[in-house]
Design a protein around this ligand. Structure first.
Ligand code: GLN
Length: 492
């Protein structure tokens, strides 16, 4: 049986249109690949084969719609902090181990209306807090390129599922880098849209002023297709934008899309000091490729980017401390069996079910928001956030997008950074400013290092200009040529 592991979104859509196979055949292959590979990778938490087969059969009977539905018969994995009605949504936490979603998030609803098949819920760091996927209460996800290494986080399950060919596309969330960093460490494309581009209705909140849902794919085109389906205004999310959503894939099909002749790309040398030499080398080579395609490289300054780590960990923790108050065993969350008073019920329920990192952030956030400290911490952090946004405004007066590495290193070993939160937090130095400024950011693979681990190139765009990012990444991807595949085990 073919497992369709190498087929991307575009390959599947074309195959359906030529009537080469049916959704139920694709789904059987996908399920076989999951059975074979997921026990080792731990990328997917829940897969409901009966439901998935029924959905595929329903689509088999609607083959006539294959050319009209933009994601007809495409298997998708959904990060487990996004609700899908009837499926468990744990957000990687023991607190939600028995929580069954009462409704479906808007982004997933739109995918299903477009013909997609939800295959499984993807493992993630608890409440999306982490950079390695080791904070999941359901065990870490292993990197398909080297199973002794992390996938990055927090959307590590989504990234690994796409990298290993379990699914051609997936959804994740990105609060400080959680789509782009695992995309980089797993050698796939990941895009964090502009804040407000995609509805957050049905997404478990971590830090509401930073959270955004976005797609993963093995190609830029596949990622663009997922983005155009999930984007757009939603009356159920007051922060979603009413702006028109461009047809991203149509723009990629234009002949002009292969050239970067009218594009200025900004680089900020100061920001990148002290980079891992192999990551630097790959970045420089990518910039040379972009130049070869006609792009003009300009130098920009992001003087406040160096404060992003401090600012992010104050703002994200503060918002998290408020958002996570609901997991008290009464409103939400697993209730402790042992308690004598209401206060004890709350503290035991939280104490017994929330993980170490989540508790650390709740304490930090509660402290930063408390009377007397609010101005010095949360207030100050928001002022510096504004300065970071201004740096980007200034940079974008000279360029269409800013290029930087996605992650300062390639995939590190499981356990390597667990004892030292600060080193772990440094994994996101290049992604955090983008969330603080609300901008779109994309990670596209730029090659592998000497250990054969993938490296990612990050492109950061103007507000709501995902189009430029996709265009630059698409042209670059073509010029780069195919990546050497991860050493996939089993059937290819
Ligand atoms: N790694 C960052 C954190 O731990 C970002 C997480 C995210 O984007 N969800 O907070």
């Amino acid at each position: 049986m073919t497992t369709f592991r190498k087929a991307g979104v575009q390959d599947l859509l074309e195959g359906y249109q030529r009537k080469e196979f049916k959704p139920s055949e694709v789904v059987s292959g996908t399920m076989a690949a999951i059975t074979q590979l997921n026990p080792e990778l731990n990328a997917l938490l829940e897969t409901r084969s009966e439901e998935v087969s029924a959905r595929a059969k329903d689509l088999d009977a609607r083959m006539g719609e294959a050319s009209k539905l933009p994601l007809f018969g495409v298997p998708i994995a959904i990060k487990d902090n996004i609700l899908v009605r009837g499926w468990k949504t744990t957000a990687g936490s023991k607190a939600l181990q028995n929580y069954v979603s009462p409704y479906t998030g808007t982004c997933v609803e739109r995918m299903e209306a477009a013909g997609a098949i939800v295959i499984g819920k993807a493992n993630c760091d608890e409440f999306a807090m982490g950079s390695s996927n080791e904070n999941s209460a359901y065990g870490p996800v292993k990197n398909p390129w080297d199973s002794t290494r992390v996938t990055g986080g927090s959307s590590g399950g989504s990234a690994a599922a796409v990298a290993a060919g379990l699914v051609p596309g997936a959804l994740g969330t990105d609060t400080g880098g959680s789509i782009r960093q695992p995309a980089s460490l797993c050698g796939v494309v990941g895009l964090k849209p502009t804040y407000g581009r995609v509805s957050r209705y049905g997404v478990i909140a971590f830090a509401s002023s930073l959270d955004q849902v976005g797609p993963f794919g093995r190609s830029v085109w596949d990622t663009a297709r997922l983005l155009e389906v999930i984007s757009g205004y939603d009356a159920k999310d007051a922060t979603s934008s009413r702006g028109v959503v461009p047809r991203y894939t149509e723009a990629l099909a234009l002949p002009s899309a292969d050239s970067l002749r009218n594009i200025n790309i900004g680089i900020a040398p100061e920001w990148m000091e002290g980079l891992d030499p192999e990551v630097k080398k790959s970045f420089d080579a990518a910039i040379e490729t972009a130049k070869g395609l006609g792009a003009k490289i300009v130098e920009v300054k992001l003087p406040h980017a160096k404060y992003a780590l401090s600012v992010y960990y104050l703002i994200a923790a503060s918002e998290a401390s408020s958002n996570l108050a609901r997991y008290d065993g009464v409103h939400y969350g697993t209730r402790s069996k042992k308690w004598d008073s209401l206060e004890e019920l709350y503290s035991r329920s939280r104490g017994e079910t929330l993980g170490r990192e989540v508790k650390l952030r709740i304490m930090l956030g509660t402290y930063a928001l408390s009377a007397g400290y609010y101005d010095a911490f949360y207030g100050k952090a928001n002022q510096v956030r504004r300065l970071i946004q201004r740096d980007f405004d200034e940079a974008f007066s000279k360029c269409h997008c800013v290029a930087a590495p996605t992650s300062p290193t390639t995939a590190f070993r499981l356990g390597e950074k667990m004892e030292d939160p600060l080193t772990m937090y440094l994994s996101d130095i290049f992604t955090l400013p983008v969330n603080l400024a609300g901008l779109p950011g994309l990670s596209v693979p730029s090659g592998v290092d000497s250990k054969k681990l993938p490296i990612g190139l990050q492109l950061i765009g103007r507000l709501f200009d995902e189009s430029s990012l996709l265009q630059v990444a698409h042209a670059y991807e073509k010029a780069r040529g195919p990546l050497s595949h991860p050493p996939w085990k089993g059937d290819r």
